[in-house]
Design a protein around this ligand. Structure first.
Ligand code: ATP
Ligand code: MG
Length: 316
């Protein structure tokens, strides 16, 4: 019987273990990061400025060398040539030659991905259109705005039809309509079975598309898991009512509730408590309009994990 290699049985598309990186022997940008991304997932890596997000994706893409990095990407050790060819990468602060037009740049990347010349024109035109840049294909990149550069960068990352898309702040500088377009595009790519690894600060945006997230803090993963598990915690309830509740304020307060602007806010996550409050209100002939749970937002999780005024940068 042949022995099974552990890298062949893992289902993770990205399975990083104990990734460490120190810059110039003094900045510990990554201090032992473990991250797992499943096939077909949209994974969001978040963290404050300098937490190490870009360092991590640069290591995955072999742009920089780690001190140590175990685990696999697409089932092979980091840096496996063929597997890198199956990845698309949008770097942060990318600079494409300003003298090229958008079409020329995409044609160049398609050529690098060994797309045949006859096929390249069709592909570059189709992707320019998909990222909303059809009219700009013939214009030199130096004339592009920041958001246009991001859109072009995204098209560039897709020229090799990658299995795994690694995007470092893809919507940086993109206007709200453009961000929505990019979001829809990413969701479509996910439907096609692609795995997407995304660095972003835009928590409300990540909340809309990510299946799982990790929060990086000073070079370590502080929290990781399905978005729903992180944000599903109920903080309390809000009971909307019609009518005067001031006469019941004392009874509501005894159950842990507060009357705010004629509505009831309950800080307890216990549904029995909300039922007791409702009983009190009903007994007082108050009409109940709605009962809404108040859930944690990703931003609240983020602030909770990092603490207010969380420090910026790696550990020196
Ligand atoms: N080339 C470098 N030389 C020295 N230090 C560096 C270098 N690149 C990054 N660092 C340091 O490593 C740490 C992590 O930086 P990194 O760029 O990975 O953070 P980030 O999470 O991507 O931040 P941002 O949200 O601002 O993009 C920071 O303290 C940064 O100052
Ligand atoms: Mg970064």
């Amino acid at each position: 019987m042949s022995t099974l290699n552990i890298t062949e049985i893992t289902n993770w598309v990205v399975d990083l273990i104990d990734v460490r990186k120190t810059y110039r022997r003094k900045v510990q940008a990554l201090r032992g990061v473990n991250i797992q991304v499943g096939r077909g997932e949209v994974f969001g890596l978040l963290g404050p400025n300098g937490a190490g997000k870009s360092t991590l994706v640069k290591i995955m893409m072999t742009v920089i060398r780690p001190d140590r990095a175990l685990g696999t990407v697409l089932g092979r050790p980091i840096g496996h040539r063929q597997k890198i060819g199956r990845m698309g990468y949008l770097p942060e602060n990318h600079r494409y030659p300003g003298y090229l037009t958008g079409i020329q740049l995409l044609d160049f990347y398609a050529a690098l991905a060994r797309v045949r010349k006859t096929e390249r024109t069709r592909l570059t035109t189709a992707w320019l259109e998909r990222v909303g840049m059809k009219e700009w294909g013939g214009t030199r990149i130096r004339e592009y705005s920041k958001g246009m550069m991001q859109r072009l960068g995204l098209a560039q990352a897709l020229m090799n039809d990658p299995e795994l898309l690694v995007l470092d702040e893809p919507t940086d500088g993109v206007d709200p309509v453009g961000r929505r377009e990019i979001r829809n595009l990413l969701l479509e790519l996910k439907k096609q079975g692609k795995t997407i690894f995304l660095n972003s600060h835009l928590l409300s945006e990540l909340e809309l598309i990510c299946d799982r997230v990790a929060i990086l803090k000073e070079g370590l993963v502080a929290r990781q898991g399905p978005l729903r598990d992180l944000t599903d915690r109920i903080l309390g309830y809000r009971v909307r009512v019609t009518g005067d509740v001031s006469a019941m304020a004392a009874k509501v307060a005894a159950l842990g509730g507060r009357v705010e602007d004629g509505q009831i806010a309950l800080a307890s996550e216990d549904p029995r408590k909300v039922n007791e409050v409702i009983d009190v209100l009903r007994a007082g002939q108050v009409l109940i309009e709605s009962v809404e749970p108040r859930r944690l937002s990703l931003e609240e999780v983020f602030v909770e994990v990092l603490g207010e005024g969380g420090r910026v940068g790696g550990v020196r």
